[in-house]
Write a protein that binds this ligand. Structure first.
Ligand code: EPS
Length: 410
């Protein structure tokens, strides 16, 4: 329904993204995209590049006078480091000044070199790099703005960095996001945030890297996105694929995920009750409406049952492994030319990119939800999309007269 394609190497001239399927009439400016990209640069533990990489945005097509046209949207994000890399990364025939033959364990280097028949790890790492997520965030900014038109917001916060866990009380809500972004590690729990920063400092000193876990939450998603009818239309499966595709992500869980395995069925599901007037005052004011008049008081399923959204917040946890590039390369590898044992080549790197991964995870969730909302509601213009969603919610509120199907069409 909504497709996007990225192109570009980490130290190439630019990243490019093409987004197709966006309805006409969505208000968008280059500054909106810059703001999204600035959030992706957040986070203690990033390398020096994040301080000078400016993410220069050019809107190439599909937008006129600040509104989408319904045509493919092309966005370019220039790499401000390009002048330094212009010779090494030149598309013109020639040879690199340095060939990287000692692949880093944990990166795409070795498997990519073998698969594509390449002897220089740079030919693989330039595209495997998480720099590509800048292009995804540009596409995701469009998805987020579209979702806001139907009252859906996606937020994230860091619940674990290395061995340090946040003490999670109430689930953060949309109004907490500015406060979360102010934390250097995007953690809602300030004490845990301090401990996380100390852990990153210690890992940096040791020349090592760290992973962690982001929790991503979507508020305002109505019942009925995704479907139980086929494997590739299940919303949880679509979310898992999209989130797992983020560089260095190794696990994704919905709701209580892995913990559910140890529980009895009586403690693993979200009981259903009819909404009462009191539900309108809860954190999610539209909860009763979004669930068709039914609500849940727990979020164990993460807002998806049978591959279909329930109307509850969608809650997903995303786990990122420690970055494969180490400032003190100590992991053993093999030189692909000499076949001798050695340690991997040294690249400039981040200590951790977990806070940024949370922002990228918001992006991927927003792209999936926007695509599925477009499948459900359709619409070539934003107005039509909104109208269709309103009509659906109004119809959901109408109680079926009896559990008997009508005898004839209409
Ligand atoms: C990355 C390595 C680092 C990161 C980069 C991802 O780049 P460099 O080697 O140029 O310092 O800074 O991330 C970004 C540039 C970005 O915008 O997120 C890697 O190997 O994945």
């Amino acid at each position: 329904m909504l497709r996007f394609l990225t192109a570009g190497e980490s130290h190439g001239r630019a990243l490019v993204v093409i987004v197709e399927g966006m309805p006409a009439g969505l208000l968008i400016t280059a500054e909106d995209i810059q703001r999204g990209l600035a959030r992706r640069r957040l986070g203690f533990g990033r390398g020096p590049r994040m301080r000078f990489e400016a993410d220069e945005v050019t809107l190439i097509s599909g937008i006129r006078h600040g509104r989408t046209l319904g045509s493919p949207i092309a966005i370019e994000i220039a790499n401000t480091e390009w002048p330094k890399w212009e010779t090494e990364m030149s598309p013109a025939p020639g040879l690199p000044s340095k060939v990287l033959t000692q692949p880093r364990p944990g990166h795409a280097d070795l498997s990519g070199m073998l698969k594509y028949g390449l002897n220089d790890a740079r030919d693989v790492l330039e595209r495997a790099s998480a720099r590509e997520t800048a292009a995804r965030v540009a596409a995701g900014t469009l998805a987020k703005l579209l979702l806001q038109q139907i009252g859906v917001d996606v937020i994230s916060h860091i619940v674990q960095l290395g061995p340090e866990h946040a003490v999670v009380g109430a689930m953060p809500v949309v109004a907490d996001l500015a406060h979360i972004d102010e934390s250097q590690v995007r953690c809602a729990d300030p004490d845990a945030g301090e401990r996380m920063i100390a852990t990153v400092k210690a890992a940096a000193k040791a020349g090592d890297s760290l992973g962690g876990v982001a929790e991503v939450i979507a508020y305002g998603v109505p019942v009925g996105l995704g479907s139980h009818v086929h494997w590739d239309r299940r919303l949880d499966a679509l979310l898992a694929q999209a989130l797992m595709s983020i560089q260095a992500v190794k696990a994704v869980e919905l709701g209580d995920g892995f913990e559910l395995a140890a529980r009895r069925g009586s403690e693993a599901h979200d009981a259903i009750r009819m909404a009462t007037t009191g539900d309108a005052d809860a954190d999610e004011p539209a909860a009763a409406l979004l669930g068709g008049g039914y609500v849940r008081d727990t979020h164990r399923a993460g807002g998806v049952e049978g591959g279909i959204s329930t109307g509850s917040p969608i809650v997903v946890r995303v786990s990122m492994k420690p970055l494969a590039t180490l400032n003190r390369p100590i992991l053993g590898t093999v030189d692909v030319v000499t076949k001798e044992s050695t340690v991997s080549f040294k690249e400039r790197t981040d200590v951790t990119a977990v806070p940024a991964m949370g922002v990228v995870a918001e992006t991927m969730m927003a792209l999936v939800l926007a695509s599925e909302a477009l499948r459900k509601f359709g619409g070539d213009s934003v107005e039509e999309f909104r109208r269709n969603r309103q009509g659906y919610l109004a119809a959901l509120g109408e109680t079926p007269s009896a559990a008997v199907p009508p005898l004839a069409n209409g």
